[in-house]
Design a protein around this ligand. Structure first.
Ligand code: SF4
Length: 227
């Protein structure tokens, strides 16, 4: 595996843990709100596995594990052996995924390569391609949702919201579909210079819109959060 960026110590990417985040390049989606547009073009600081393990061993007493993010990690053939080695060394693994590779996900979960999955649910299914910016195999997304719920030791589903792509009713539709899941996180869009659509093009939900979702769905999940 080659990574294109790192956050050395994150307190926010893995619930209740300190982790090092590694970003892969490449993604099969083009979400307009993507913050990592440089990764979609495979641009970044190259980090190889030896550097990852060297860093983790030095920080063994400071970090609980890693988060593999992107880009889309499940597109990389080396992911499973890499995560196997991370686990063999005794670190926790969180995987961020867009859920387009249920076969890879199933393998990782069945072989206990992952301790926590954060899966994006981009939109209600009829709007998925508009938000993902690419053709989407909806059955693959549904299969990944089921796998995460059935096989992952711990997990969250999450949706990024901005006014140009989603409405409150869309989020309610997603929440209804995944009702009964452990955690659902609503991530409000934050603008920055690396946003794929360009800075200043997208608008976050207003507080009233976030509150409207919260009022209706917080009872659907063990934990519901907006951030
Ligand atoms: S936000 Fe969308 S385009 Fe960006 S890495 Fe995630 S799935 Fe890919």
């Amino acid at each position: 595996m080659e990574f294109l960026g790192q956050v050395k110590a994150s307190f926010i990417d893995y619930p209740n843990k300190i982790c090092t985040v590694y970003f892969v390049g490449g993604c099969n989606f083009r979400c307009p709100y993507c913050h990592n547009s440089h990764l979609l073009k495979d641009i970044g600081e190259s980090i190889d596995e030896a550097q990852v393990f060297g860093y983790l061993e030095k920080r063994r007493n400071m970090v609980d594990g890693i988060c593999v993010s992107g880009g889309e990690p499940t597109l990389h053939a080396g992911l499973e052996p890499f995560l196997g080695e991370v686990k063999r060394r005794g670190f926790l693994v969180k995987l961020d995924t867009n859920g387009t590779s249920p076969g890879v996900l199933e393998n990782l979960l069945k072989n206990k390569r992952v301790d926590y999955v954060a899966m994006d649910i981009k939109a209600p299914f009829e709007k998925y391609e508009k938000v993902a910016g690419r053709p989407v195999d909806i059955e693959a997304i549904k299969r990944s949702i089921d796998l995460v719920r059935d096989l992952s030791a711990d997990y969250e589903f999450r949706t990024t919201v901005c006014r140009e792509l989603l409405e409150v009713g869309d989020v309610l539709e997603i929440a209804e579909y995944i009702k009964g899941s452990r955690r659902y996180i609503l991530q409000n869009f934050r603008d920055c210079s690396s946003v794929l659509a360009g800075e200043g093009k997208l608008t976050p939900f207003a507080k009233e819109e976030l509150d409207a979702v919260k009022d209706k769905v917080s009872g659907f999940f063990n934990e519901f959060k907006t951030r």
